[in-house]
Design a protein around this ligand. Sequence first.
Ligand code: NAP
Length: 279
Amino acid sequence: MSIPVTSLPSGERIPVFGLGTWMMGEIEKKRSDEVAALKLGLDLGATLIDTAEMYGDGEAEEIVGEAIAGRREGLFLVSKVLPEHASRKDTVTACERSLKRMRTDRIDLYLLHWRGSTPLEHTLDAFIQLQREGKIRYWGVSNFDTDDMEELLALPGGDACATNQVLYNLKRRRIEYDLVPFCRSHRIPVMAYSPIEQGRLLGAGALKEIAERHSASTAQVALAWLLGQPGTIVIPKATHPDHVRDNFGALELKLTKDDLLVLDRAFPPPDRKYALEML
Ligand SMILES: NC(=O)c1ccc[n+]([C@@H]2O[C@H](COP(=O)([O-])OP(=O)(O)OC[C@H]3O[C@@H](n4cnc5c(N)ncnc54)[C@H](OP(=O)(O)O)[C@@H]3O)[C@@H](O)[C@H]2O)c1
């Protein structure tokens, strides 16, 4: 299946749909199913995988390494450095550990997982060094609110930030007030994490109503709504093969104006600024 693309600030096109990996690598007996789920996602046409050194304490990156073995070309790997590793020196060594676990020589997009106490300039220096060494292609951030983004973009080289990965789904629309417009105005894609609120969104009445109209699943409606937001990338995580397949169906679901009105009524957009929420 061909997946629509959006542009990074550099102009490079990346897919608007990828595979999440949080909670993978935490339970040994689920490991082979998790590798199989990622492989199935790749077989179905996904090329973007989101992971982090934090997930399963490195095990999720190992699982990614196993799933992509022999098929690294053409993939777009996203991983993240923990804030406690975000110093100039530790960012570089954390990245090298991630590369080893994923058995690759480069990460396509390397994110600061959330903001900690390390000055942003230090992490930025490390990202630039890693880029120079060819170990990462792009860098970005995660869980950054508008004021964090403003501070980052004001730093020398800060305007190369390629993504802000944040909690975004129908239940979590507060960022539409200022963060989403800010990112859009700087052509920085928003990567929507927990796009189905880890499953908690799926029983909502409005989603059921629209899913019925389209003979779709509620997960597909939730994902299709996000895919309709310009410059937004979704990264649902699924281990069950039926869920993996189901999520791809969202790429073919076109919501109507009336569907969008129903969703706006059930999940109203914000009318003022709220602090960024995180999971
Ligand atoms: N940057 C950050 O701070 C941050 C935070 C959270 C997440 N993330 C990233 O975003 C990714 C996605 O977020 P998430 O994992 O928190 O939550 P999610 O993708 O919203 O939901 C995952 C859960 O939903 C289930 N599921 C998936 N597809 C389904 C379907 N079609 N029908 C029914 N259930 C379905 C999965 O079950 P099965 O696994 O059993 O199939 C899993 O329990 C993460 O994996 C991670 O890569 C980043």
